[in-house]
Design a protein around this ligand. Structure first.
Ligand code: SF4
Length: 405
């Protein structure tokens, strides 16, 4: 049986405004997690250097109630615990978001802007932005879609690697937990690579090169709905921990009422033997799944067809990754309070073999590399990419047609 710890406790205060009161509660939860897994030194050993990867996908532009980024209090509590157990060098590292690829910004900027940077430094951790660090090309003799993968040198140099994702739903991958969070380890150019239906295979290859030693999932304030960025908060007050990345995701999925079989990256990791995803072979230690679980809203409107009467999506063979990008753009316009200003039709041609509309639309955007086979390609604005990243390009394309009077 593969052990997975679940600890639920009432955590006071918030990720934005907190004191030692909530840090101490979370520290207790982490200590209990290590005890459930066999004891701190039995789990971690006695490393001198530890690297921690939070989920810092992108600092949201809107209010999310703490449902998007790893809670800084979890990182602070974890750093305190590691220091108390003799770890001298504690790195907290993340890469640059693919959505910021063309913007003069860095992972360290995101750390600072989110408040995580200050919290980590104050607790005695060292920040590293992988966009400013060297990578090592790791050969993958048993790779499936990658013959080698570039891994940040700081992960390879550290003696122990702790993955600290946020518990959330996701518009492209159903959930984002311990496996999906590893997308952040890729360099910014490699993040774009295979960000389509081949994505689960890409993540398997990364796990072969840089498997986390331990996964601590921040489920204090979780995210439901249109994750990873446009989530709504759910206060679950839970920390889930396991050495097995697949068991972690299988259990965290169940906490949202999502079976492992519903999540392509979890089920692929199961059959690939990366870890244990069969719930009958996982031993839950601490609080039960039944006690903690809640049905989370899914990111179920990822297909944007019919989401808005003036956004006319004509899709042919288009994958979920691209359709969800358009769904994300619609949501962003809605959250920005701009969607009601759209009073004229915008026609989006998406994917290969998309139909040719009978009407002569004036406002047309051709979206994604596959749509280059469309007869209208070359006559209208084109957003390239597979998928087009960042999705804010689609936002800007639609914004041109807003009625601002
Ligand atoms: S071009 Fe778009 S629809 Fe085609 S595979 Fe890439 S992301 Fe999917």
């Amino acid at each position: 049986m593969v052990p997975v710890s679940i600890i639920q406790k009432e955590v006071p205060e918030s990720p934005e405004l907190y004191s030692s009161k909530s840090i101490l509660v979370i520290q207790d939860m982490l200590m209990e997690t290590f005890m459930n897994l066999g004891g701190f030194h039995e789990v971690v050993g006695r490393p001198k250097s530890v690297i921690i990867k939070p989920n810092l996908v992108e600092v949201p532009f809107h209010t999310t109630g703490g449902s998007v980024l790893t809670d800084p209090r979890v990182l602070v509590a974890l750093i305190h615990l590691l220091k108390d157990h003799g770890v001298a060098d504690i790195i907290v590292a993340e890469g640059k978001s693919v959505n910021l690829k063309h913007i003069h910004s860095s992972a360290i900027d995101a750390f600072n802007k989110s408040g995580i940077g200050h919290a980590v430094r104050k607790a005695g951790g060292r920040l590293v932005g992988w966009d400013e660090e060297p990578f090592v090309d790791v050969p993958l003799p048993d790779g499936e879609v990658l013959a080698s993968v570039k891994v940040p040198k700081s992960i390879l140099d550290s003696e122990y690697f702790i993955n600290v994702p946020k518990l959330k739903t996701h518009c492209q991958t159903e959930v984002t937990l311990a496996i999906k969070s590893m997308q952040g380890v890729f360099g910014v150019d490699d993040k774009i690579l295979l960000h389509n239906e081949a994505f689960p295979w890409k993540m398997m290859d990364m796990l072969k090169a840089a498997l986390p030693d331990l996964n601590i999932v921040d489920g204090i304030i979780c995210g439901e709905g249109y994750g990873p960025i446009y989530t709504e908060p759910v206060k679950l007050n839970v920390i889930v921990g396991s050495k097995d990345v697949v068991a972690t995701d299988a259990v965290c999925g169940k906490l949202m009422d999502i079976d492992p079989i519903e999540v392509p990256i979890t089920r692929l990791a199961m059959v690939q033997g990366i870890g244990e995803g069969e719930l009958s072979k996982i031993e839950i230690i601490g609080d039960s799944i039944e006690k903690v679980a809640k049905r989370f809203k899914r990111a179920n409107l990822w297909n944007p067809i019919g989401l808005h009467k003036h956004i006319k999506v004509f899709a042919g063979c288009a994958c979920r990754f691209e359709l969800a990008q358009i769904g994300a753009a619609v949501r962003r316009l809605e959250l920005d309070g701009k969607l009601h200003l759209l009073k004229q039709d915008v026609c989006l041609i998406v994917g290969s073999k998309a139909p040719v509309p009978v009407k002569n639309y004036e406002n047309v955007v051709i979206v994604g590399d596959d749509a280059m086979d469309h007869p209208w390609y070359g006559k209208f604005q084109f957003i390239p990419g597979c998928p087009p990243l960042p999705s804010v390009q689609i936002v800007h394309a639609i914004e041109q047609y807003l009625d601002k009077n």
